[in-house]
Design a protein around this ligand. Structure first.
Ligand code: PGA
Length: 262
């Protein structure tokens, strides 16, 4: 089954309005210069919440899609400082990240909270990019599959609309550390994710699910990761803050699509 490639950029807590406009305009220029079949790649940016409205304007008329990095599960209420999934949808976002390792480990979000966010993101009409991944200690203890399987079981259930869920495998030890999983290490976990989905939810869900890799993706390692059979795209942190680097990573995906078509 052919799954559309996704190249996503998580800006985290970076970029002011002026810097963000510059980044998107640089990205738009570079995307136009990418040859065919660039239209087979979904390009997705995750700006900070204050930039969602202006970035919706900045990407208008381009192929760039936008998502929020986080949102609360409640539809509305007394949650000072929080943003709801409906707020996110209001800005023109089509996507939301749920379960990023920084939400799990830095902000201590529980499995139950994240599961509720998946449901409420879908209810708000968004596509949920649900992140899973093990820490270094868990990998070294041989628990990678147990942890990733548990994250999948905690966040997903059979009644969800899987056509609006994308998964991201992000080993915590590779995020922001410059230490990328090798293509083979990543492929092994992606294959595990697909077989786990197949057992839980059946072949069509498993075959159709897009599973992205994230963790120190750079222009020079993107191609090797994208060659792997079960890797359907990349979730990029640091390298997406430069239009040149992010466009180079998108360029790797375009080259890969070209190879497959030829
Ligand atoms: P990184 O971040 O590319 O800077 O490692 C990836 C992520 O956290 O999504």
């Amino acid at each position: 089954m052919s799954r559309r490639t996704v190249i996503a950029g998580n800006w985290k807590m970076h970029k002011t309005l002026g810097e963000a406009r510059e980044l998107v305009s640089g990205l738009r220029q570079r995307l136009e210069a990418l040859g065919s079949p660039a239209d087979r790649i979904d390009v997705l940016i995750f700006p900070p919440a204050t930039l969602l409205f202006p970035m919706a304007k900045a990407i208008a008329g381009s192929r760039i899609l936008m998502g929020a990095q986080n949102a609360h599960d409640a539809a509305q209420g007394a949650f000072t400082g929080e943003t709801s999934m409906r707020h996110v949808a209001d800005t023109g976002c089509a996507h939301v990240l749920v379960g990023h390792s920084e939400r799990r480990h830095v902000f201590g979000e529980s499995a139950e909270f994240l599961a509720r966010k998946v449901v409420s993101g879908l209810a708000a009409g968004l596509t949920v990019v649900y992140c899973v991944g093990e820490t270094l200690a868990e990998r070294e203890a041989g628990r990678t599959e147990a942890v990733v399987g548990r994250h999948l079981d905690e966040g997903l259930s059979a009644d969800l609309d899987f056509s609006r869920i994308i998964l991201a495998y992000e080993p915590v030890w590779a995020i922001g550390t410059g230490r990328t999983a090798t293509p083979q290490q990543a492929q092994d976990v992606h294959q595990f994710i697909r077989s786990h989905l197949s057992k839980r939810f059946g072949g069509p869900v498993s075959d159709g699910m897009r599973v992205l890799y994230g963790g120190s993706v750079k222009p020079d390692n993107a191609a090797g990761l994208l060659e792997q059979r079960d890797i359907d795209g990349l979730l990029v942190g640091g390298a997406c803050l430069s239009a040149e680097d992010f466009a180079a990573i998108i360029g790797s995906a375009v080259n890969r699509a070209r190879q497959i078509l030829s």
